[in-house]
Design a protein around this ligand. Structure first.
Ligand SMILES: [Zn+2]
Ligand SMILES: [Zn+2]
Length: 428
């Protein structure tokens, strides 16, 4: 039974109902417009929150591979790129050659990409980026009343200069601003020969016309991580990996959602559904007509844990304590498995991992699901496997599953266009 088929059996359509919690964002028109936009999404299985629970349309995250191979794109599998869809935004992780054509084949809109995370500067993770930015610009319909959104790009030192030179030498102008925020690698992230000379990575200081100054982010020695983004909804961190060149992983941690309002209790207090419900849900205390103050903690059920998605770039090992801390209890851990376990020595020599190495990381992190990607092109997608083919991609999953036996950690093989929904899950 294929993954798509299994999940598609859970697609259903229900009439909208208005939010009973006084949430300002709910209206028929609003929900309708978003439903149309998101309607192709695969909905979560029934054991998670009901899809149309109040405002839960906004709770849907998916992770989608546009391409997932290694080294170079082939007719049956592209180089690395995946998209995390959150509330109306798309975040792109790596951008191998051909990403833009794969995006066109998918139902994702490249123009929705607001953040790009580049794990390392190898071409199979980066060659697609200048072209993708140019195509997004060509297809952009600028709104005269609203300035275009700045695209934030995060990645290793040298990325800023790479993009600047690529855009400058090709006389490429963009209709939107962009900013490159660079992570400072440490010298132990790769062999000496993998370290780029400062002459190559140095910032020329001359910004591309559409470039906005970006940050240089140092390693936070206390947490052994790079704090990339801390906002109301998310905390995004990067951490160090060992590869042939400095490589990073990224962890996206969603903040917890407030629990459900205890409507019975609210009714007993004389509070009717309306804006006060919204204020309580937003963490504000409210004062009743009789002067009684109701605190959110008195009427909210247990908070719903935020989701965590971790995407690791190419690596043969983790570096320091940061990765395990950042990936602890990840809902989805995306880890490379370039070669099978029989080729472990070769994989490590080239700075890569095998399925059992990836599984050991997932186990150490207590992840819920391990997704393997970045397969050598010798492993054809399962659907294209022919009798007599020596290398079987399903064997990669079997090897990871064997290592994870008894842990309850699910293993999935990424293939081009695979979509995995990431539902909110209540603890009780
Ligand atoms: Zn790679
Ligand atoms: Zn690489």
């Amino acid at each position: 039974m294929c993954f798509w088929g299994w999940f598609s059996s859970h697609i259903y359509i229900k009439p909208f109902r208005l939010c009973g919690n006084g949430c300002a964002c709910c209206s028929h028109a609003y929900l309708l417009s978003h439903w149309l936009e998101w309607s192709h999404l695969i909905l979560p299985p029934p054991d998670c929150l009901p899809f149309f629970e109040t405002c839960s349309l906004y709770h849907i995250w998916t992770i989608q591979w546009t391409i997932c191979g290694s080294a170079y794109p082939s007719p049956h599998r592209g180089a690395s790129a995946l998209v995390l869809r959150t509330e109306g935004e798309c975040w792109l992780f790596d951008c191998g050659e051909g990403t833009q054509t794969q995006l066109m084949k998918s139902q994702l809109k490249a123009s929705r990409i607001t953040k790009v995370f580049i794990s390392h500067l190898h071409g199979d993770h980066l060659f697609g980026l200048p072209g993708l930015l140019c195509t997004v610009s060509l297809n952009l319909n600028p709104c005269p009343t609203q300035p275009p959104t700045c695209v934030d790009i995060y990645g290793p030192q040298g990325l800023r200069q790479f993009l600047r030179v690529a855009l400058e030498l090709t006389s490429s102008q963009l209709l939107f601003p962009y900013s490159v925020h660079e992570l400072e690698p440490t010298t132990d992230q790769c062999p000496t020969e993998g370290q780029l000379s400062p002459d190559v990575t140095a910032d020329s200081g001359r910004l591309h016309p559409q470039e906005r100054a970006g940050r240089t982010i140092p390693l936070d020695v206390n947490s052994d991580c790079y704090v990339i983004l801390e906002e109301k909804r998310f905390v995004v961190k990067a951490f160090r990996l060992f590869h042939r060149v400095p490589s990073f992983g990224f962890s996206v941690q969603e903040n917890d959602w407030p629990g459900r309002l205890n409507t019975e209790l609210l009714k007993d207090l004389g509070l009717k559904p309306g804006p006060l419900y919204g204020r309580l849900k937003a963490g504000e205390s409210v004062t009743l007509e009789n002067g009684q103050v109701v605190k959110p903690s008195e009427v909210l059920e247990e908070a719903i844990p935020g989701r965590k998605v971790c995407v690791l770039g190419d690596c043969s090992s983790l570096l320091g304590e940061g990765p395990l801390r950042a990936c602890h209890r990840a809902d989805i851990l995306v880890h490379e498995a370039t070669l099978s376990d029989e080729h472990r020595e070769k994989a490590v020599d080239h700075g890569h991992s095998t399925p059992s190495m990836a599984a050991a990381v997932a186990q150490a992190c207590c992840a819920r699901m391990l997704v393997l990607y970045h397969f050598s092109q010798r492993y054809k997608p399962a659907a294209q496997q022919k009798e007599g083919d020596e290398d079987d991609v399903l064997e990669l999953r079997r090897q990871a599953e064997e290592t994870l036996q008894g842990t309850g950690i699910e293993v999935t093989l990424a293939e081009d266009f695979l979509t995995i929904p990431i539902p909110l899950i209540r603890l009780h």
